[in-house]
Design a protein around this ligand. Structure first.
Ligand SMILES: Nc1nc2c(c(=O)[nH]1)N(C=O)[C@@H](CNc1ccc(C(=O)N[C@@H](CCC(=O)O)C(=O)O)cc1)CN2
Ligand SMILES: Nc1ncnc2c1ncn2[C@@H]1O[C@H](COP(=O)(O)OP(=O)(O)OP(=O)(O)O)[C@@H](O)[C@H]1O
Length: 186
């Protein structure tokens, strides 16, 4: 299964890379609009959101909006292999770039416990219509989600949503998917 997922990850990264800049920008914008307009988001007081890397859905407008609305915003920080924690940021500058190139909360940021989080905005390379996700293969979210009752919202461009994905016993599902065509419960 590891080899199957690894091959699929390469294939899906290539598919993602083949998307046009125009489509990326327009889908990103529509995805953000759907998230910001949702009741899920409106009702969430504590939001856990990944800080996007190139190729991923751009989450900067979500993070900035949530901070501006006075929500508690926390973002992932890798602590060890397969282990991440959420730390609060109070502005989109509160980052330092990690060894592997992800913007992470600065040292000294406040740890937010997983059970304090209302809504998690979750990265993926692709998701399936039934809510399974394929990530970079670190198992970070599979482990973290087990510790939290947060509502799980994946953001994914329509062109990257799959009918099905190969799944393993440890794979955790998301509850909702936001694409440029809308926000659906899976
Ligand atoms: N924007 C964003 N932040 C995120 C994630 C994500 O998918 N997107 N993550 C989602 O999980 C976590 C970080 N995921 C990571 C995945 C791989 C490696 C990494 O070191 N990769 C090595 C190869 C390691 C290996 O083969 O064992 C590398 O790329 O060189 C680091 C972090 C938390 N933050
Ligand atoms: N709950 C868990 N306990 C122990 N190991 C786990 C758990 N969840 C995942 N793993 C391990 O993590 C590795 C990566 O899992 P997987 O390929 O599903 O990651 P991913 O969902 O693509 O990555 P990510 O969650 O970081 O975006 C696997 O080798 C798996 O065995």
């Amino acid at each position: 299964m590891k080899a199957v997922k690894k091959a699929l990850r390469q294939e899906m990264l290539a598919l993602r890379a083949s998307l046009s800049d125009d489509y990326r920008l327009s889908s990103d914008q529509a995805i953000v609009e759907h998230v910001l307009a949702s009741e899920l988001y409106e009702n969430a007081k504590v939001v856990f959101c990944f800080v996007s890397m190139p190729g991923e859905v751009n989450t900067q407008p979500i993070i900035e909006d949530a901070i501006a609305k006075g929500k508690v915003v926390c973002v992932p920080k890798v602590m060890a292999k397969g282990h991440m924690e959420a730390f609060q940021i109070k502005s989109y500058n509160d980052f330092e770039v990690s060894d592997y190139g992800i913007r992470e909360p600065k040292a000294g940021s406040l740890l937010i416990e997983p059970d304090q989080i209302d809504l998690g905005i979750i990265p993926n390379i692709v998701v399936s219509k039934d809510g399974y996700r394929l990530g970079y293969g670190g198992g970070f979210y599979d482990r973290y989600l087990l510790r939290s009752k947060m509502v799980r919202l994946a953001v994914c461009r329509e062109a990257l949503i799959q009918e099905v994905l190969p799944i393993e016993a440890h794979d955790e599902k998301v509850d909702f998917i936001a694409s440029e065509t809308g926000l659906i419960e899976v």
